[in-house]
Design a protein. Structure first.
Length: 174
């Protein structure tokens, strides 16, 4: 085993001190004088919706956070808060509420789509065509046909979740 000082490249490597910040271990975010503290605090609670609600609800320091800080939050979390080019500051409370409502809408849309897929599977198993199914479910053929085509490409394993994930994938150009 080599000792680090005996490595030939050792003389070319600078020995800098590196400070690491662990947001999950920070208990006092007020010691930060810039928006970095707010960014780290959001990162700490990003995976806990209740804690995030508590953090942002009525906390005026998050009413005016720089757009650059919000971009950092978007980078380091699963959030995708919208930022207009002309905005210098963002109200995180409003952005969080928009994000939450967007998630609710997406969940409803997914639930509705899964139900439609499930109904299409049931009708398919009874031998109905895509056109007949569209008519019975009062949906357009453009909505039912991709579901129907995906079902026909499967071998008896008609799983609505699997079909949803196949339909949800963006098609690759030829």
């Amino acid at each position: 085993m080599f000792h680090p000082d005996t490595l030939p490249l050792r003389k070319y490597i600078a020995d800098y001190k590196l400070n690491l910040i662990a947001p999950y271990e920070i208990t006092d975010f007020d010691k930060f004088r810039t928006s970095l503290g707010m960014v780290l605090e959001v990162i700490k609670y990003a995976s806990d919706e209740k804690a995030m609600n508590k953090l942002l609800e009525g906390n005026s320091k998050f009413n005016h956070i720089e757009a650059d800080a919000v971009m950092a939050i978007n980078t380091f979390t699963k959030f995708k808060f919208s930022i207009n080019n002309d905005e210098e500051e963002i109200n995180m409370g409003n952005a969080w509420e928009d994000h939450r409502l967007s998630g609710i809408r997406e969940g409803k849309r997914e639930g509705t789509t899964l139900k439609l897929i499930d109904l299409t599977i049931k009708k398919f198993k009874k031998g109905y065509t895509a056109e007949q199914i569209a008519d019975m479910l009062e949906e357009s053929i453009d909505t039912i046909q991709p579901i129907y085509d995906t079902i026909t490409s499967m071998t008896c394993d008609y799983d609505a979740e699997k079909i949803y994930s196949l339909l949800d994938k963006p098609s690759t150009p030829a």
